[in-house]
Design a protein around this ligand. Structure first.
Ligand code: NAD
Length: 351
């Protein structure tokens, strides 16, 4: 066994059908009595119901979370936090709502309870991505890591099939990159592999039966594992390219991860052959081609073309993705990244 350093993020995870009933005790355990519930506008009704469930422990709902955590939205939410003297936030939703809760915690050190309703995995990372003046920046800080996460699969029963698929592939990308991360350790590798297995087993079931309770639980369990990997080890080419495409071309977050994953995995397949062997096995022997076949079989988007990216954009994307050097198992150069982007744009199956 190679030598390694293990560093885990502290986390209190409440998992299971019906666990949303524990939200009051989760707030009380934090020593809090004045929770502000956060959501996107789309999930206002669910956030209001959660606030009602909290009763006297809730000071109200801020249903203004939007994608990419714009700083002006955070500032509006901070005014509400101050006006209502909130002493914690309860974030109900996907990565966008979790992002707002983290942005508040980063500025105030208020504790967070997160109740995820997608598979993005942000709830178990100390990472905050936020945007200001059209620029997305990322910060990593212990205050950003949520204190309590309640994973209740019942809340994901209505996650539309298309979002379930793309969000699941987004999570799987954390695991695939975690497998070859330079700072990986035996525990992150176990989590990554079981996360990939959980999605491999559950997503095909969810496509046919979106409200299958066992498959929903399995997928949410996978989201926890894959998110934890993202929160503990470093990411490489795949996350860099998705960050570039989302940040500079405004492509949709989870969909971009879904399209890129087979291509970035294939790109690194030879250089990280040993590290990816067990994952390749899960998908029929070839990590790139196998993930592409899996994505196709569950109806995932397969081409960057579908997001309004034109071929001419690929040159600029390749420039941005290679302008600052970063570690990747296979060394990166502009020509090979441009080729990779072309293949993802056309939607061809990688080998
Ligand atoms: P999202 O949170 O933007 O959700 C998309 C839409 O789906 C929203 O309108 C939301 O209200 C709705 N929705 C969420 N759950 C639903 C459900 N169960 N049923 C019906 N509708 C539902 O999407 P996302 O993919 O979860 O998050 C993307 C964001 O998260 C990006 O900004 C990304 O950068 C961030 N993210 C951050 C990290 C991190 O560690 N910092 C990790 C992963 C993602």
């Amino acid at each position: 066994m190679k030598s390694f350093t293990y560093a885990g993020n502290p986390a209190r995870i409440l998992f299971g059908s019906g666990r949303i009933a524990d939200v009051r005790s989760a707030v009380e355990t934090l020593g809090c009595t004045r929770a502000l519930v956060l959501s996107t506008p789309h999930q206002t009704a669910d956030a209001q119901a959660l606030s009602d469930r909290l009763g006297a422990l809730s000071v109200g709902v801020f249903p203004g979370a939007v994608m990419h955590t714009p700083v002006d939205v955070t500032e509006k939410a901070l005014e509400v936090v101050k006006d209502k003297a909130a002493d914690c936030v309860v974030s109900l939703g996907g990565g966008s709502t979790t992002g707002l809760g983290k942005a508040i915690a980063y500025r105030t050190d208020l504790p967070q309870v997160v109740i995820p309703t997608t598979y993005a995995g942000s709830e178990v990372t100390p990472i905050l991505g936020q945007t200001e003046g059209g620029r997305k920046t990322t910060v990593r800080n212990a205050s950003i890591l949520p204190e309590v996460v309640i994973y209740d699969p019942d809340l994901t029963l209505r996650l539309p099939v298309g979002m379930s698929v793309t969000s699941g592939l987004n999570a799987m990308a954390h695991a695939v990159e975690g497998l070859y991360a330079q700072d990986r350790n035996p525990v992150s590798t176990l989590m990554a592999l079981d996360g990939l297995r959980a999605f491999r087993d559950s997503l095909p079931v969810l496509v046919k039966s979106p409200d299958d309770p066992d498959a929903r639980a399995e997928a949410l369990y996978g989201a926890w594992l894959c998110g934890t990997v993202l929160g503990t080890v470093g990411m490489a080419l795949h996350h860099k390219i998705c960050h570039t495409l989302g940040g500079s071309f405004d492509t949709p977050h989870a969909e971009t991860h879904a399209v890129m994953l087979p291509h970035t995995a294939a790109f690194n397949a030879e250089a990280a052959k040993e590290e990816l062997a067990a994952a390749a096995e899960l998908f029929g022997g070839s990590i790139g081609g196998g993930l592409w076949d899996f994505a196709k079989s569950i109806g995932a988007p397969l081409s960057l073309k579908d997001f309004g990216i034109v071929e001419a954009d690929l040159d600029r994307a390749a420039d941005i993705a290679t302008e600052n050097p970063y570690w990747n198992p296979r060394p990166i150069d502009r020509v090979s990244i441009r080729t990779l982007l072309q293949q993802a744009w056309e939607g061809v199956r990688p080998d």
